[in-house]
Design a protein around this ligand. Sequence first.
Ligand SMILES: C[S@@+](CC[C@H](N)C(=O)[O-])C[C@H]1O[C@@H](n2cnc3c(N)ncnc32)[C@H](O)[C@@H]1O
Length: 207
Amino acid sequence: MPFKPKNEPFPLPFEVYPEDWFRRLEAEDVFPDRADAFTEVDLGCGHGTFVLEMAKHFPERNYLGVERLLGRVRKVSRGARKGELANVRALRLETTYAVEWLLPREFADRVHLLFPDPWPRKKHHKRRLMCQPAFLKSVHDLLKPGGEFWFKTDHEEYFDAALESLETIDFFERQPWPEDEFYPVTDFEKLWQAEGRKIQGIRLRRR
Ligand SMILES: C[S@@+](CC[C@H](N)C(=O)[O-])C[C@H]1O[C@@H](n2cnc3c(N)ncnc32)[C@H](O)[C@@H]1O
């Protein structure tokens, strides 16, 4: 079937598309008129079910989904438009570049990394985000003081490796995972739950 471009503006409303990809953004560039609100960032947000449900539930908060696949970013921005969620933005970008170079320092009250690729092959373990001190430091810098970083995985070995890696840094302290918090099940979590996999989470607070 020939490629048929959709008759849509680029970027869609609800998408962040910086004029200069090499200049660090200001909070107002991402959420004009609401930069002071409690802000959460979902890294590798996929189709955006988590971000959209959170944004509906907490209209007073801001939600930014970061995702590298255009089709998934489009799903988030269309979902925000359909739900008239003025508190949602989607950014099509690679996670580490977004966190380390583009997003403002001390921008987020909460950062979520939910079911990232576990890179199961030994030769790929170094690609695991939770096992990279430089990535953890850049998440620390993205958070406001006292801000939190929430990680979830279905992969037991990645979970253990993440705990091991966290022992080598001192800028996060572990917090208990709350049972009563509104925290929607993500798309991938649904899949893994259906397969009966064990889901584990780590909640960290910036020191
Ligand atoms: C396993 S899925 C999880 C999606 C979602 N968090 C969930 O739980 O349903 C991982 C997502 O992260 C995205 N992703 C993987 N590596 C990425 C990267 N380096 N930068 C941005 N997105 C990435 C993938 O495209 C995919 O949508």
